[in-house]
Design a protein around this ligand. Sequence first.
Ligand SMILES: Cc1cc2nc3c(=O)[nH]c(=O)nc-3n(C[C@H](O)[C@H](O)[C@H](O)COP(=O)(O)OP(=O)(O)OC[C@H]3O[C@@H](n4cnc5c(N)ncnc54)[C@H](O)[C@@H]3O)c2cc1C
Length: 381
Amino acid sequence: MSERVAIVGGGVIGCAVARELAPDYDVEVFEKGQLASEASALAAGEITMLSSYEDEPAVGWHAVDFFREYDGTGEFSYTELPSIGLVTPDREDEKRRYASRVAADDLPVRYLEREEASEAYPTFDFSDHAGVIEHGVSGFVDPYTFAITLHHDARDDGATFHTDTAVHDLLVEDGEVTGLETEDGRAEADHVVCAAGWRTREFLLEYTPIPVRPYRTQCIVLEPETPLPDGFPMGWYPGEHVYFRPEHNGDFLIGGWSFAEENPEGASGQADAEFRNHVAELVPTFLEGFEEAGYVDGWAGVDGATPDTRPILDAPADAPDGLVVATGFNGRGVMTAPVAATAVRSLLTGEDAPFSLDTFAIDRFDTRSDDFEFISISAGN
Ligand SMILES: Cc1cc2nc3c(=O)[nH]c(=O)nc-3n(C[C@H](O)[C@H](O)[C@H](O)COP(=O)(O)OP(=O)(O)OC[C@H]3O[C@@H](n4cnc5c(N)ncnc54)[C@H](O)[C@@H]3O)c2cc1C
């Protein structure tokens, strides 16, 4: 008989881990609501793993390879596009040095002068900018379709998903997990993977404090005067707390404006008026055709932040044996899901992962407190 793995949380991480493990384990996923109905459904779907892991290219490439290969599975598609970071004149030298340094590490990054950038990306008005940093390999997905495709794969390999089933506690005997106490009763398991998003800290507090705190982040979709053209890139505006990408229908998605959230259960699901105003003023300064843009939609969601913005993928030494934690995705959980799934497999099986797990180990932090300063990744650099 296969060993049993119980997963707490059916977001994109729980679904990715279930898919990864289902061929070799008896997997059960417990989700208190519906699958991918929290942060995972609200994500912008940006996949910018190479720029997020320049210091660990094996992590970035693992995710990129996965998305390229998974493209076309079921309804899932991955759209690959370059990303550009706008460079203000005061940061030109710094950004040129940066581009040379990372390009020397074989990453697909280059510095484009303002004229070159204007030619490559004619919808932009770069008059306030010295140029752009272009990342050649990035893209986007529909996050809900991604999670549900992972779920279907896992289910086809025998995983069971229990929705509307809250997990109340771990079951622990003699320092080892033996399963979960759910609202429907006990579920026995040899291993437990906690992928409960920002709620992971509270859920595990008496067993192993996890340095994760909730933060709230937002998206707005605008309809420009004419649909964005083919080849319109993804990008970000350093210092303005925004990133952006095209939608398949030519609309424009802009996200960011992230802040620590003290009241995550009661946090508004709407985009803030301040964010709407910021977007309305900012976007026409660097894009043509947005003076009369229409407001299509706006929303906000809560995710879990860590002190260094990277997730915790680990079996903490002070936790009961058999417990693995996958949380703190800090605005990058969709793009990091393939990495999280591989890391969890490695932690359970002892197989080597194709990247170092040290980056994700909980003991990289000096304390387990959640009283740390929140770093917004959408502030950009
Ligand atoms: C507005 C916004 C934009 C974003 N944009 C991007 C982006 O462009 N790219 C990107 O990669 N990431 C992005 N993110 C981040 C991404 O959405 C998250 O990092 C990712 O969804 C985290 O996945 P998860 O499965 O850990 O969490 P969640 O989706 O929050 O899933 C956790 C699940 O656990 C369940 N759960 C919790 N406690 C229990 C319990 N006790 N019992 C049972 N179930 C429980 C919850 O109901 C929830 O469904 C964005 C997030 C937001 C909000």
